[in-house]
Ligand binder design. Sequence first.
Ligand code: DP6
Length: 353
Amino acid sequence: MASEIHRASTTAPVNIAVIKYWGKRDPKLNLPTNSSLSVTLSQSDLRTHTTASCSPTYTHDELILNGSSQDVSGARTQACFRELRTLRKQLETTNPSLPALSSMPLKIVSENNFPTAAGLASSAAGFAALVRSIANLYELPASPTELSRIARQGSGSACRSLFGGYVGWEQGSQPDGSDSLAFEVAPASHWPTMRAVILVVSAAKKGVSSTTGMQTTVATSSLFPVRANDTVPRRMAEMQTAIQERDFESFAKLTMMDSNSFHATCLDTWPPIFYLNDVSRAAIKAVEAINHAAGKIVAAYTFDAGPNAVVYFEEENEGIVAGALRKLVGEKEGWKGEAKSDDAVVEKVVKEA
Ligand code: DP6
């Protein structure tokens, strides 16, 4: 039938790294200079919803994000399409009765329910959802690990959004990237008391993209080699132990130190890159005050390539942590301490427009 349309949908969650990916050893394949580790905000409403369809009636590949048409000619999107089509083609070759979806144009329709490119890892959820929706459409028997290899080529951090819970991304050593894959460190159920609050300091698009920023850092920062070759490998191991042992104080200290290390290399980049702003720094101080008042570490901040803070804490400390952060935003001129809570897992405090 000439008018047939094949369709499949999926959603993928945002992940927030506690050991950051920053630096590529191969920009084409998105192979990183260090391993990284993230927490998937799986129970939150920060997700990308994507529907992939294909039809012989379509004239060209198309990607629509939040209602507007995107350029699909970029190498990253093309790499994902190519890899997935190759896997589908293999299925069609072994089973000729299958419809020839691999030769039909694709239409991908994606919606984020959070600000795009505001340092909220939108590309991570976006490419993870894109890859899985096409894999579902093509009925590929691919594991999350195999899909992570493909999603990585769309955006590095996307490979970690194919798993829930605590997820590592092994940097690997193969030049073709076949061993640069995501892996599960622990499922979310391993640490059911873990919570995260997100302070949306700014929903504006970030100034320096991750891709450009990390390339400049690798090329110019003298702190960077120490971070990539010494600091991060050590902390990756310590972080996995902290997670296995549900040792919040170690998890939190490593998270904060790694965020600071990453932003230090940004400042050490030439020309310097600033992702944190005054409100971000106020959030750091507020977390320090919370921990000081508690007499132990009960909260951890981390910042990606943008000013928004993600603060991790355990359920039992929700009152003191959320209360202090709400006070912080309440005190800022022009800020509204408007908290939206879903199951107390993720709370967004949004700047008044
Ligand atoms: C600071 O995955 O967005 O969020 O591979 O160039 O698309 P590309 O970069 P991207 O970088 C994320 C950087 C980070 C840290 C992290 O998520 O690990």
